[in-house]
Ligand binder design. Sequence first.
Ligand SMILES: C[S@@+](CC[C@H](N)C(=O)[O-])C[C@H]1O[C@@H](n2cnc3c(N)ncnc32)[C@H](O)[C@@H]1O
Length: 207
Amino acid sequence: MNRKEHWENIYTTKADDEVSWTQREPEASLLLIREVASSGRVIDVGSGTSILIERLLDSQYSLTVLDISQAALNRARQKLGERALYVRWVVADITTVGAIGEFDVWHDRAVFHFLTAKEDRQKYVQLAAQSIPVGGHLIVGTFALDGPEKCSGLVVERYDRQKLIHEFGEHFAFKREHSESHSTPWGKLQHFYFAVFERTNPGPTKS
Ligand SMILES: C[S@@+](CC[C@H](N)C(=O)[O-])C[C@H]1O[C@@H](n2cnc3c(N)ncnc32)[C@H](O)[C@@H]1O
């Protein structure tokens, strides 16, 4: 089963309360997004059926949602009803999609950690650097070093500050971190690590 098939299968066979990542309130994400911007263009990468978008619709953001799974976005749209019209929906693999526009805030909870191949991480970082103007922010939430080794049956890479700076540091300056103990819908605790980065000026062109 390839990556897309895996996620389509998840979202066509499991309800929100049957997947570990579902949150009642996306507290860390909301805190960090609101801290870096009170308005502007926000993308939620790998949004799934998260309630985050519904919460952000109450603010002054222009919202884009991207996910590899059509089934996930269909369900997310359905949950929003008519308010779905205020969101731009993109079904794509973040490691292969072309230009997706510019964003003041790039948010990712539990997607980057699935990229266990170096080339995929490089493509992700390149796209983020290309899509976020200088002064914009990238918020990435992954399993912490003491978090689970797998998510949705897939092996993940776990992160701390140093490891994320290693991935994003060429184009982004580390600003702050936040730890979260997520309780799954069946009450198991999972440690997440969030880092906030600011897009910095590209360095001088190498000759
Ligand atoms: C663990 S879930 C997290 C969902 C959501 N961010 C949340 O916090 O509830 C991972 C999500 O990323 C999506 N995803 C996985 N790999 C992806 C990729 N390469 N490109 C885009 N979306 C991807 C999946 O379909 C799924 O919705």
